[in-house]
Design a protein around this ligand. Structure first.
Ligand SMILES: [Mg+2]
Length: 367
């Protein structure tokens, strides 16, 4: 069984503003929406008490909450705090699926120990966020994504809800059907007309009726109402490097014999770059000689590449520079890596354009 955590920061943008400016604490704060035609990007919980919601026109928010404070959004700052939060997540697992700047699923199955269960990990993450960022998060824990998300929403703000497997029905059954992701206002109306208001009622509804109302989607609704969800947490981490290395059964003692190894490794690295539609800026050579420990040497290019030949030539240059200082050497391990990866570097920074087969098409419009 999986161990899934859903973390959702409370009124994220507004909370960051209140954190950074103590004068805003305890007051109704609206981020964005201050200009003539603007829309509220986020509202503090104090503002929500007046009925202010995100995506509401600023003029409406002003009418509902005349004493509210409008502040300009500072996305660079929100991204900075977001990066801190995601760094905390990755202390606990590599399987982090970001849904937005302030919301993510974590699969912590591997981190669960007899002495440190799901609940302790959730508690630790919540505590870390408080210590590092000075903000509150709502944390939901369960054996799948659906339940973890419903759990984080259950007791918001500053929520902390664990749904144990055996408590699935007890947790879900009383919830209104609108809470279920996928059930929008129109589906809800249809269900209400059929006398179905809670997830418990939905779960017990005959599948013939659900099929009649919604087709195959109706059967999916019933599965979800029963708390079934097998979707895996998909890591959204951007790859930082790609590399290939080989350990030899016998030491290599000449540059000439190492050159084809570098070429083959570079071709594999370049193939991965093309497949992932990434470009690299930095080439790293890794080697271990029988007398010395492992060392790496890196060189940054003056642009981005996907070319095996350029990667190989750069790695060989690094190897030659290293070998120059040695009268003799015996290489046991050799590897090539690339980093400084970018999916869409500016066209003028892409090297080797004529060689690539997977260059992004020039759209003429720029962006
Ligand atoms: Mg949030």
């Amino acid at each position: 069984m999986r161990a899934i955590i859903h973390v959702d920061m409370d009124a994220f943008f507004a909370s960051v503003e209140q954190h950074d400016d103590p004068a805003l604490r305890g007051r109704p704060v609206m981020v964005g929406g201050g200009s003539h035609r603007g829309v509220v990007a986020a509202a503090s919980y104090e503002a929500r008490q007046f009925g202010v919601r995100s995506a509401m026109p600023g003029a409406v928010a002003r009418r509902l909450c005349p004493q509210g404070v409008f502040v300009k959004s500072r996305f660079a700052r929100y991204r900075e705090v977001s990066a801190e939060i995601f760094t905390i997540f990755r202390r606990y697992t590599d399987l982090v699926e970001g849904l937005s700047l302030d919301e993510a699923f974590l699969d912590v199955s591997e981190a669960v120990r007899p002495e440190r269960g799901l609940e302790q990990i959730g508690r630790a993450i919540k505590r870390d966020i408080g210590r590092v960022c000075g903000l509150t998060a709502s944390v939901g824990m369960a054996h799948n994504k659906l339940l973890a998300k419903l759990a984080s929403d259950y007791d918001k703000p500053d929520g902390f809800t664990l749904v144990r497997f055996e408590d699935t029905r007890r947790f879900l059954d009383p919830l209104p059907i609108r809470r279920l992701p996928g059930i929008g206002p129109r589906s809800a109306d249809k269900l209400h007309d059929a006398g179905i208001y809670t997830l418990g009622q939905l779960r017990r509804t005959p599948s013939e009726l659900l099929f009649e109302l919604f087709g195959a989607t109706g059967l999916e609704f019933a599965r979800r109402a029963a708390g079934k969800d097998e979707r895996p947490v998909k890591s959204t981490r951007v790859r930082r490097s790609i590399s290939q290395e080989n350990t030899f059964s016998q030491d290599h003692t000449s540059l000439a014999s190492l050159r084809p190894v570098l070429q083959a490794q570079s071709e594999q690295v370049a193939e991965t770059l093309v497949r992932k539609q990434l470009y690299a800026r930095t080439v790293t050579l890794k080697l271990r000689s029988s007398r010395f420990s492992t060392l790496t040497r890196s060189l940054s290019l003056n642009g981005y590449t996907q070319s095996a030949d350029r990667i190989s030539a750069t790695a060989f240059e690094l190897l030659e520079n290293w070998a120059e200082w040695r009268s003799g050497f015996a290489v046991r391990l050799l590897g090539v890596g690339v980093s400084g990866l970018e999916a869409q570097p500016a066209l003028e920074t892409i090297l080797d354009e004529n060689q690539g087969c997977n260059q992004p098409s020039a759209d003429g419009g720029g962006h």
